[in-house]
Design a protein around this ligand. Structure first.
Ligand SMILES: NC(=O)c1ccc[n+]([C@@H]2O[C@H](COP(=O)([O-])OP(=O)(O)OC[C@H]3O[C@@H](n4cnc5c(N)ncnc54)[C@H](O)[C@@H]3O)[C@@H](O)[C@H]2O)c1
Length: 453
C-alpha cells in the first residue's frame, strides 16, 4: 500500500496529468483536492499496485485473524432495517395541521434549499479512518463507518489494554450479518493505526461525582492535546473530527495544538443536537422524523441555539404546526437531552445518537454529500463572528470544511448565536492552551445565503 500525497499529484502533473494508484493505496484528501485543482486524473490500476510508487512499509499487522477482502470486491450492502423504513406519509397526521387544513407547500429542508451547483466527482472509498477512544461513542462510530462499506479500513485506538482489539473483532464478526467488507482493526496508539485520512477523537473522561467542570476541561484537554499531536505526527494530511467534551473548548484546543488550518479541525455537536430536536418534534407532531427539519447552532451546552425560525414540519414553519409553549418545551428538552439520557442511564452518557452523528459527518466528507450540516467550526466573519469555534451550518468535503453557509436568522437568534460564540471564546481563553494562534482562512470563502422562506 502506498500513500499518495499532494507531492505525488504534482509529480503526475509534471509527467503528463495522470496519477496511477493501486487498489489498496491511500490518496490523501489534500492530494485529491490538488488533483482537482490541477486537472490530474486519478486512475486506479486494476493490477492493484502503483507502478511508479516508491516502496513503503506495510501497514501495521492486524490484530485480527485474516483481513477481510478489500472493499469493492463484494456486492453492495443491503440497507439496514430501521424503524422508519416505511415512506413518510404524504401529509401529517398532526392534529394541528389538520385543524388548519391548508394544503401543504412543497417540503423545504435546509439541506435541500441550497443552490444546485454541480456535484463533486464520484466519491471513491477512502483508505483509512481512525477512531480514537473505543468507548461507547467510539465503538458506535466505528460500527457505522464499517457498515457503510465506504472505507477500506477502520481502526479503533484505545489506551485501555486490548479493548480496541476486542471491539474491532466484535464489529468484524457482524460483517456477514450486515454485508460489509471493511477491515476493522483495534490498537493502542495512533502510530500503530497508521496513516489515516480522517481521525475521529472520542477519547476522554466523563465527569464523575465531585469533579468540577474545570477539572474535566483540564483532564480532557490533556488527553485531546496529546492525541491531536500524535494524530498530526502520524497523519499530517488528515482531517480531525473532535467529539470529546466539552466539545467547543476541545475542538478549539485541538486546532491550537494541531497547527492545522481551521478547515481541517471540526467538532461534532450540531448534527446530534439537531437530530435530538428533530426527533422530539417529530414525536410531538406525529410525523415521520424525515419530515422535520431543524438546525442546532451555538454551543454544545447551555448556549445551544435552536432557531425556531428555521424549523419546519412537513414543509411548514414549525410555529404553524405546534403551539408556542410546546415548541419552547421541545427546545428546552433538546438542549438538555444529554443530561436527560445521563439521568436515565445513571452511569455513562448517550452514545447511539452521538456515535452515529460522528459517523454521519465522516461519511458526509467522504461522499462530498453537499448536505448542509451543523458543525463546530471557526468562522471568520460569517454571522458577524470572529471570536473562535462555534456551531454553524456548513458543507463538508473530503478536505474537511468546504463552506460555512449563512442562513437567515431572526435578530434575536443572531444575537443568541453571537452571545454563544462570545461565551465559548471566554471559556477557551481560560483554558491553558499552547499559545494563541490567529484564526485563519475560512473567511476568505464567499458567504452563502440561503433563500429565506
Ligand atoms: N460531542 C458530542 O456531542 C458528544 C456526545 C456524547 C459524548 N461526548 C463525549 O465523548 C467522549 C467519549 O464518550 P464515551 O461515552 O465514549 O466515553 P467512554 O468512557 O465510554 O469512552 C472513552 C474511551 O476513551 C479511552 N481513552 C481515554 N484516554 C485515552 C487515550 N489517551 N488514548 C486512547 N483512548 C483513551 C478510554 O479508555 C475509553 O475507552 C466523552 O468526552 C463524552 O463526553 C460528546
Amino acid at each position: 500500500m502506498t500513500v499518495h500525497g499532494a507531492d505525488s499529484v504534482d509529480e503526475a502533473h509534471a509527467a503528463g496529468g495522470r496519477l496511477v494508484v493501486g487498489r489498496s493505496d491511500i490518496v490523501t484528501p489534500l492530494a485529491r483536492e490538488r488533483a482537482r485543482d490541477l486537472g490530474v486524473e486519478i486512475v486506479v490500476d486494476a493490477g492493484g499496485t502503483s507502478p511508479a510508487a516508491p516502496p513503503t512499509p506495510p501497514p501495521p499487522a492486524s490484530r485480527l485473524a485474516d483481513p477481510l477482502p478489500a472493499a469493492g470486491s463484494t456486492p453492495a450492502i443491503p440497507r439496514t432495517a430501521t424503524l422508519f423504513d416505511s415512506p413518510p406519509p404524504a401529509t401529517s397526521p398532526s392534529p394541528a395541521l389538520h385543524r388548519r387544513g391548508a394544503p401543504l407547500p412543497p417540503q423545504v429542508r435546509i439541506d435541500r434549499l441550497i443552490d444546485d451547483r454541480a456535484p463533486g466527482p464520484a466519491a471513491e472509498p477512502v483508505g483509512r479512518v481512525t477512531v480514537v477512544g473505543a468507548g461507547n461513542v467510539g465503538m458506535i462510530t466505528a460500527m457505522r463507518l464499517a457498515e457503510s462499506d465506504r472505507i477500506d479500513e477502520v481502526v479503533l485506538v484505545d489506551i485501555a489494554g486490548d479493548r480496541a482489539a476486542g471491539i474491532a473483532l466484535d464489529i468484524t464478526h457482524a460483517s456477514p450479518l450486515l454485508g460489509f467488507s471493511t477491515r476493522v482493526r483495534g490498537v493502542r496508539t495512533l502510530a500503530e493505526a497508521g496513516v489515516s485520512e480522517y481521525v475521529v477523537i472520542t477519547a476522554g473522561k466523563a465527569r464523575t461525582p465531585g469533579m468540577s467542570r474545570t477539572d474535566l476541561v483540564d483532564t480532557n484537554a490533556a488527553i485531546v492535546g496529546a492525541l491531536t499531536a500524535d494524530a498530526v505526527a502520524t497523519s499530517p494530511d488528515a482531517v480531525l473530527l473532535i467529539v470529546t467534551n466539552p466539545l467547543d473548548e476541545m475542538t478549539q484546543h485541538a486546532w491550537q495544538v494541531s497547527g492545522l488550518p481551521t478547515d481541517r479541525v471540526i467538532g461534532m455537536a450540531g448534527v446530534l443536537d439537531s437530530s435530538r430536536f428533530e426527533a422530539l418534534s417529530a414525536l410531538a407532531a406525529g410525523v415521520h422524523p424525515d419530515r422535520v427539519d431543524a438546525v442546532a447552532l451555538g454551543s454544545h451546552g447551555a448556549e445551544m441555539v435552536l432557531p425556531v425560525s428555521r424549523a419546519t414540519v412537513a414543509g411548514r414553519p414549525i410555529t404553524d404546526v405546534l403551539p408556542g409553549p410546546m415548541i419552547d418545551e421541545l427546545v428546552d428538552r433538546a438542549r438538555n437531552s444529554g443530561a436527560e439520557v445521563v439521568g436515565l442511564l445513571k452511569s455513562g452518557s448517550a452514545f447511539f445518537a452521538p456515535g452515529l452523528s460522528a459517523a454521519r459527518m465522516v461519511l458526509a466528507m467522504i461522499d462530498q454529500s453537499d448536505d448542509v450540516l451543523a458543525a463546530t467550526v471557526a468562522p471568520a466573519g460569517q454571522y458577524g463572528i470572529t471570536a473562535g469555534y462555534v456551531g454553524l451550518p456548513v458543507r463538508l468535503n473530503r478536505s474537511g470544511l468546504a463552506q460555512i453557509v449563512e442562513v437567515p436568522l431572526s435578530d434575536a437568534e443572531l444575537a443568541e448565536l453571537r452571545g454563544a460564540a462570545a461565551s465559548i471564546a471566554e471559556r477557551v481563553q481560560a483554558l491553558d492552551t499552547v499559545g494563541a494562534r490567529p484564526l485563519d482562512t475560512v473567511g476568505a470563502r464567499p458567504l452563502d445565503t440561503v433563500g429565506a422562506r
